[in-house]
Design a protein. Structure first.
Length: 251
């Protein structure tokens, strides 16, 4: 168990990659805080799976674009387990495909806040505790869109995810002297509710046609990389963004 006795907080963990990461970390011995905003049933289902397998998990409702709610969420994890060793900033969404003529200032701000501001708020809430122990791992979940600009109508999302990749490097430089490792994982086309919502089947198949492996990825395949980044196996890795996309983007 590579995460035995570790305490993990995962944002946006009620479905998709976050859900799979919660289960994967629990299977490796971590106790897991499962954050959700609206999908309580998904979060409770993840927690129940973990408990049935002999693990320990709690669900935490919070809007991660609000500092007060983020702080309350972090405080709840500390009250339960005393500390946070691992933070996974997974919460994020496109919220809708809007090209420039359709875009509003409100939409721009909502997407930026959810996908990028939330990272700042969550890191702000946990880093001092990690620094005091000289130990901690922060993993940000970006996207291939942050590297290639995304599909039509996802420009703001792509900009936010690109900003996350850059912010990961900045945080890594700033927090490494305190023993905190900051890295990112960048999923390609993954079969999650995200694509079910925003990519019609014919568009999704066009994406898949450009993947050398010939298929979409699974949430579990992203979760495995996140677990690696959180583990001691990645102890000399900081500021990196690992592309997990079946060869769709090679750099």
């Amino acid at each position: 168990m590579v995460l035995k006795n570790q305490i993990a907080l995962i944002t946006g963990a009620s479905s998709g990659i976050g859900y799979a990461t919660a289960l994967a970390m629990a299977a490796e011995g971590a106790r897991v805080g499962i954050n959700y905003h609206k999908n309580q049933s998904g979060a409770e289902r993840a927690a129940e799976e973990i408990r049935k397998a002999g693990g320990d998990a709690i669900t935490l409702q919070a809007d991660v674009t609000s500092m007060s709610q983020v702080q309350a969420m972090v405080d709840a994890v500390r009250k339960r387990w005393g500390r946070i060793d691992i933070l996974v900033n997974n919460a994020g969404d496109l919220l809708g495909r809007h090209t420039l003529p359709e875009m509003t200032e409100e939409y721009w701000d909502q997407v930026m806040d959810l996908n990028l501001k939330s990272v700042y708020l969550c890191v702000k809430a946990v880093w001092e505790e990690m620094a005091a122990r000289k130990s901690g791992s922060i993993i940000n979940v970006s996207s291939i869109a942050g590297r290639n600009g995304g599909g039509v109508g996802s420009g703001v999302y792509a900009a936010a995810k690109g900003g996350m990749i850059t912010y990961t490097k900045s945080l890594a430089k700033e927090l490494a002297p305190y023993g905190i490792r900051v890295n990112s994982v960048s999923p390609g086309v993954i079969a999650t509710p995200y694509h079910e919502k925003y990519s019609p089947p014919e568009v999704f198949q066009k994406f898949v046609a450009n993947i050398p492996l010939g298929r979409a990825g699974t949430p579990e395949e992203i979760a495995d990389v996140i677990v690696f980044l959180a583990s001691a196996a990645a102890r000399y890795l900081i500021g990196e963004t690992i592309e997990v996309n079946g060869g769709m983007l090679m750099d």
